[in-house]
Write a protein that binds this ligand. Structure first.
Ligand code: ADP
Length: 408
């Protein structure tokens, strides 16, 4: 996906999400305000009713003898009839005395005095000229309002949260897609390079062999045939690694184990590097102590494994490569170690080198081309053989890959 399309999608999404949050905020505020008004109207209606009853103006025309304690119930019932199911603190305030004749909760008298819910009245059966006020205080009014408008608010919040989560998931998917795209391009460019080099070498060797003076010299001919053979083997393992690695990603992939001699495999693979090593002034030493050297394994994959590790040991040695291959036997296992004195791998990179497509991306390392699938393939082969692989390495000093495989 093109960069500008990614930027466009991400900013569009971010803009829409922010806009939605703002709209939801104002919408919720509006709903709260409407609910507030409806609450006030409800209280007003209820109190008109109550005062009507207190004045004896109810529909049946009867004078209701109200004792102060009954006031609470009367108000609560009237509120309930108007859809407000909360019990307010009720106070009966005498304006001339500046004192409460009654309050349902004396601890709230200060709040009652401040309350906006005050209704003046003069009950017909009270022998006083003083102006009285019924004052209500709704300590839980906020709760009531929240309960009515809150559900909507919470739902909006929930939706916004879902959108934000989806936004981040999409962002991650886009970024993964982008990484995959880059990996694919890098993979193709590396593969072309890796295949072009041996093809060029083989072409050159063939040209040399066509020259009669060289083809008649036994040693030279032997040398060039050796080069062709080595490069051919190199390409075979390369193609094999890519192919097998792709096959291994499938769920039902199986290896084909039979009795194989690990020492024979090591010998065969070491010989195929002989020429490369001679050209670079390197050596390969073997100390093969495993007894017996025979284990149950898939010959093809085990050969590729040894080939990949020795190939890496050579590739990642800047000086002349010096490689040591050792085997030993521990109870029930064969231990294979491939050590080099090359550039080594940092602690941080050691954690990732077995991941597919991972390549150490620092400076001089990457004048060496590769795919980043060799070690992943090696680790996968070890896993399929129920073995174990570990790595000991120090930057600038070299690396040792230790593979433990069960004998049976
Ligand atoms: P590549 O095709 O890049 O060699 P690998 O999966 O074989 O892919 O290796 C992954 C990375 O691990 C390499 O890019 C390299 O940086 C590092 N690496 C592997 N083997 C060695 C080694 N023997 N010495 C130093 N670094 C190594």
């Amino acid at each position: 996906m093109k960069r500008w399309i990614r930027v466009f999608i991400i900013s569009g999404f971010a803009f829409a999400a922010v806009f939605l949050v703002v709209i939801q905020f104002f919408q919720t505020r509006r709903t709260v305000s409407i609910n507030d008004n409806m609450f006030n109207i409800g209280v007003s209606h209820a109190m008109d009713d109550v005062i009507g009853q207190l004045k004896g103006e109810s529909s049946d025309g009867a004078t209701i003898p109200v004792r102060f304690q009954e006031l609470d119930q009367l108000i609560s019932d009237a509120l309930l009839l108007n859809g407000i199911d909360i019990h307010p603190v009720v106070g009966l305030y005498d304006e001339s005395q500046h004192s409460f004749l009654y309050s349902s909760d004396s601890r709230h008298e200060a709040e009652l005095e401040e309350s906006p819910y005050r209704y003046g009245f003069q009950p017909s059966d009270m022998l006083t000229n003083s102006q009285l006020f019924i004052i209500l205080d709704f300590p839980s009014a906020q709760l009531f309002l929240q309960r009515n408008s809150g559900l909507l608010g919470y739902m909006s919040l929930f939706l916004v949260l879902i959108i934000i989560v989806l936004f981040f998931i999409s962002l991650r998917t886009i970024s993964n897609q982008h990484k995959l795209d880059q990996m694919k391009n890098e993979f193709i460019s590396n593969m072309t390079h890796e295949i072009k080099t041996p093809l060029a070498t083989i072409g050159l060797a063939c040209e040399m062999l066509q020259d009669e003076s060289i083809s008649q010299d036994n040693e030279s001919r032997h040398n060039f045939v050796g080069i062709i053979n080595d490069e051919n083997q190199r390409m075979r393992v390369l193609v094999e690694t890519i192919l097998q690695s792709a096959k291994m990603s499938k769920k039902n992939f199986r290896i084909n184990p039979k009795e194989v001699d690990v020492h024979q495999i090591i010998d065969k693979v070491s010989k195929s590097f002989r020429l490369t090593l001679t050209n670079r002034g390197g050596t390969i030493e073997t100390d093969l102590q495993a007894a017996p050297p025979v284990i149950e394994a898939d010959e093809l994959h085990l050969t590729n494994l040894v080939y990949n590790l020795i190939d890496n040991a050579i590739k990642y040695s800047t000086e002349a490569p010096h490689i040591t291959v050792t085997t030993a036997t521990t109870p029930g296992h064969l231990v294979l170690k491939i050590a080099d004195q090359g550039i080594g791998i940092s602690k941080e990179d050691q954690k990732h080198v077995f991941e597919k497509f991972y390549r150490v991306s620092t400076g001089n390392v990457h004048n060496v081309k590769g795919f980043g699938i060799g070690l992943n393939y090696v680790a996968e082969v070890v896993r399929l053989h129920h073995g174990h692989i570990s790595l000991e390495s120090e930057l600038g000093k070299g690396s040792t890959f230790i593979i433990t495989l069960p004998i049976k």
